[in-house]
Design a protein around this ligand. Structure first.
Ligand code: THU
Length: 133
């Protein structure tokens, strides 16, 4: 995946973050999940007054894709509107991604400057992952 495509997916994640429902943390996150067939599913974080019920943007996008029959993913872009730093997926989202993705799946976040990106391999973000088998 070339840098221009990564940047385009990142911009899609940024648009999705506008829909975030984050009245408790005020930390608005967006994700854009690219499927092998080229479909992109977006997601945002959806919080709840009962804090453990908060859903991350990444898992919103994954649930949208899986619930529509799409389980083959190539990359995800993630960004927050409320931080100048890269927004990396939490441990729960890494494990959820690992349920469906191989180690080569790309996690795209903001790079050193606002309009640049950096890509990580999922296998580097969650090595020695738990699997049931
Ligand atoms: N959050 C995400 O949506 N994705 C991440 O990668 C990090 C954290 C959300 C969860 C919660 O709604 C808020 O950001 C603060 O943790």
């Amino acid at each position: 995946m070339n840098e221009a495509k990564q940047l385009s997916l990142f911009h899609t994640a940024r648009s999705a973050a506008q829909h975030a429902y984050a009245p408790y943390s005020n930390f608005r996150v967006g994700a854009a999940l690219l499927c092998a067939d080229g479909t992109v599913y977006t997601g945002c974080n959806v919080e709840n007054a009962a804090y453990p019920l908060c859903t991350c943007a990444e898992r919103t996008a994954i649930c949208k894709a899986v619930s529509e029959g799409n389980r083959t993913f190539s990359a995800i872009a993630i960004t927050s509107l409320d931080s100048a730093d890269a927004c990396l997926p939490c441990g729960s989202c890494r494990q959820t991604l690992a349920e469906f993705c191989t180690d080569d799946f790309l996690v795209i976040v903001q790079g050193d400057s606002a309009d640049s990106v950096r890509a990580y391999r999922l296998g580097d973000l969650i090595p020695a992952v738990f699997r049931l088998n």
